[in-house]
Design a binder for this molecule. Structure first.
Ligand code: MN
Length: 231
């Protein structure tokens, strides 16, 4: 058997401190999962969690200790950062109870849910899919994955983002509206999770635009920081 066109190479993310890699299957993202961010987007109150996806090849891997390169995307004049804790699924399943979620988690990483906000807002207004605002090329920068046992208490960790040294986002993962276990519970009712799935768990308040030349540095306590420059 041979492929009639070149097969797509597997997308993978390095595992910190090893030469091993985590192969990526799907990228799920949670919308409006911090109260203060929901408010800044014009919403209030606790709504059921909702999800969107990014293509796996939207991943931009940034090695620990290095500064990655993020191409400024087409079609937008309002390119937003969203710093997020990313959960890497090591064991799949459906209808996973929140209390059982931990054993499905391989590890954690720092990610950026980059967003063409102007296009997303236009799609929202028209009641159309968010894909063009969220699922574009290079829309999912990510740092190395840290196995759960080495990651510390990420559920209680600070989460932050600086642009050119100025703090833009600063919160704590404990402020997630739907915590990691609850997110996995809801997500696994809608899709069967599988090893290789990544979950971008949502961003705290302070999202804003970046331009070419900006240096983004973000992190979650206990995980290596992510550094990437827009070009
Ligand atoms: Mn997000």
């Amino acid at each position: 058997m041979s492929y009639v066109i070149p097969a797509v190479p597997a997308v993978s993310v390095p595992v910190l401190g090893t030469s091993d890699r985590f192969p990526v299957r799907r990228i799920y993202c949670v919308g409006r999962n911090y109260e203060e961010h929901a408010k800044e987007m014009g919403f209030t109150g606790r709504e059921p969690p909702f999800f969107f996806l990014k293509p796996a090849d939207a991943i931009v891997v940034v090695e620990a200790g290095s500064t990655g390169r993020l191409p400024y995307p087409s079609l937008t004049e309002n390119f937003h950062h969203e710093i997020e804790l990313v959960v890497a699924i090591g064991q799949g399943g459906r209808d996973i109870a929140a209390a059982d979620a931990a054993r499905h988690i391989y590890g954690y990483a720092v990610g950026l849910d980059m967003t063409r906000r102007d296009l997303q807002n236009e799609m929202k207004k028209q009641g159309r899919p968010w894909c063009i605002g969220k699922g574009f090329d290079h829309a999912a920068p990510i740092g190395p994955i840290v196995p759960a046992a080495q990651a510390g208490e990420v559920a209680q960790a600070d989460i932050w983002l600086k642009v050119n040294g100025q703090t833009r986002q600063s919160s704590n993962v404990s402020k997630l509206i739907w915590n990691i276990g609850e997110t996995i519970e809801h997500l696994s009712r809608a899709w069967e999770l599988a090893p290789g799935d990544l979950i971008y768990t949502g961003t705290p308040e302070g999202v804003a635009a970046v331009v070419r030349g900006d240096l983004l540095e973000g992190g979650v306590g206990g995980l290596p920081a992510l550094s990437i420059r827009v070009e």
